[in-house]
Design a protein around this ligand. Structure first.
Ligand code: GLN
Length: 448
């Protein structure tokens, strides 16, 4: 049961209330990257989350070297690994449910943006944040999913007026109707009607054989069961990671502004004699002391990307007199928004089901050419050793390269586990059109 203490919030999130109303027990809180900013659960006040997965056939010495559980919801994936809970809630802004699920050998669902209420969930980047679900079995994820989005007489009904980004009921119903074009998959061994797209841009140079081999095995098994594997192209994928980090940081910088130590967050009082007569000094001391390094980095990056004032680089201007005025807002934030549209359009171009969120698309009939779902590896590698992250300065941001496109497009994606040749888990992501979460879950169940 929920044990209230001083650090607990004064109210529960809609998702927590729904679970409690339906008889679930909340066991506790799990560790994660501060404000969800990270890919490896290393940016935490409570120290890193250690991956609890135990590979078979690996010498004990190698087993004991601690690995990252992935992040940012690493703690949720870790407790699901040894079935310490039926399911765990997580958040997914750019991959934080799918990535730790892949590294820990469990399943993780990022739902369509706007379906599950975010009321009571701490905001990182509002236009991307979703509540994710992690469990050892897809079936458990489904059972939690239907509690969070109750399906009443076949109509997806759960709209939360307290969440301004909650999608209205008519759009939910339209998505439900659009999904009728999804093939009926009843016979587990006959996937003949299922058209699976393999996006060719999802195999970057960083993706090694460790991940490719198990992914090929997954594809072979699906082909044997009759599914059609269709190579597709999502050409704007290459811009996704940069666009994501500009947008997510910009939104984060605005969200973090509320932690001023006066209305929100704890207030820091320096032990030495500091002049705190100005409120801005109280803010500065509090924010400098309590925010972690990664959060500060995002605030700086995001604030810069939102800077509308002209930035004159004096040394450059001296040499090039006609240098156009550089505005970070136009060059980063607006550009990233344009790229986000292209990324969304790429997905709409390949799916058979129309995207009901795009008004120009609602009347579009389904195409026979399109695919029902997309399949790609969730991560570029298996869980990194924690020593590797600190010693070799592993590029943590690249970890998200395969998960951020679905986040930018707001579409559902679930990662399901398989085992690589080195004994460590990898994930396969199943991605669907907006609102086709039930179908994505169905395919995941058939593949499990
Ligand atoms: N790793 C990404 C980031 O740090 C995504 C995090 C998330 O989904 N919460 O922004």
């Amino acid at each position: 049961m929920w044990i209230k203490n001083a650090q607990d919030p004064g109210y529960d999130a809609t998702v927590v209330n729904l679970l409690l109303e339906n008889g679930a027990q909340i066991l506790g809180k799990t560790n994660c990257d501060e404000f969800g900013m990270g890919s490896l659960s290393i940016h935490s006040f409570f120290k890193p989350v250690i991956n609890p997965f135990t590979p078979a056939n690996v010498p004990p010495a190698k087993k004991s070297e601690p690995r990252s559980a992935g992040g940012s919801s690493g703690g949720s994936a870790a407790i699901a690994t040894h079935k310490l809970c039926f399911a765990a809630l997580a958040t997914d802004t750019g991959g934080s449910t799918r990535l730790p699920a892949a590294y820990c050998g469990v399943a993780g669902l990022k739902p369509s943006y706007g379906l599950i209420s975010r009321w009571g969930v701490i905001a990182f980047a509002d236009s991307l944040d979703t509540v994710g679900i992690i469990a050892s079995k897809v079936e458990n994820i489904r059972r939690v999913y239907v509690i969070l989005i109750p399906v009443e007489s076949d109509v997806v009904a759960q709209y939360d007026e307290r969440d301004p980004t909650s999608v209205p009921v008519d759009i939910r119903n339209a998505a439900h109707d659009a999904c009728e074009h999804f093939p009926v998959l009843e016979d587990i061994n006959d996937l003949g009607k299922l058209r699976i797209g393999i996006p060719q841009e999802y195999f970057p140079a960083e993706l090694g054989d460790t991940v490719l081999k198990p992914f090929r095995r997954v594809l072979q098994a699906l082909e044997q069961r009759g599914a059609s594997l269709i190579p597709v192209s999502l050409p704007s994928t290459k811009y996704a990671l940069s666009a994501y980090y500009v947008l997510a940081s910009a939104e984060a910088s605005s969200n973090m502004a509320r932690y001023d130590g006066v209305r929100y967050g704890m207030q820091y009082r320096p032990p030495y004699d500091a002049d705190l007569s100005k409120t801005s000094d109280v803010y500065a001391h509090t924010r400098s002391f309590y925010f972690g390094k990664e959060v500060k980095k995002r605030i700086l990056l995001g604030t810069y990307a939102l800077t509308a004032e002209s930035v004159h680089n004096v040394s450059v201007m001296e040499h090039i007199p006609n240098q156009p005025i550089f505005r970070a807002f136009d060059n980063y934030y607006l550009k990233a928004q344009e790229l986000r549209k292209l990324i969304r359009q790429d997905f709409n171009n390949v799916f058979r089901i129309p995207n009901v969120l795009q008004s120009s698309n609602t009347s579009k009939t389904t195409t026979t050419q399109g695919v029902d779902i997309l399949l790609h590896p969730t991560t570029i590698r298996t869980a990194p050793l924690l020593s590797e992250i600190s010693d070799k300065g592993l590029d943590t941001y690249v970890q998200d390269v395969l998960t951020v496109p679905a986040s930018l497009a707001g579409i559902p994606a679930i990662s399901i586990p398989s085992i690589a040749d080195d004994g460590w888990p990898v994930g396969t992501s199943i991605v669907g059109q907006w609102g086709s979460d039930e179908k994505v879950l169905k395919v995941a169940e058939l593949m499990e």
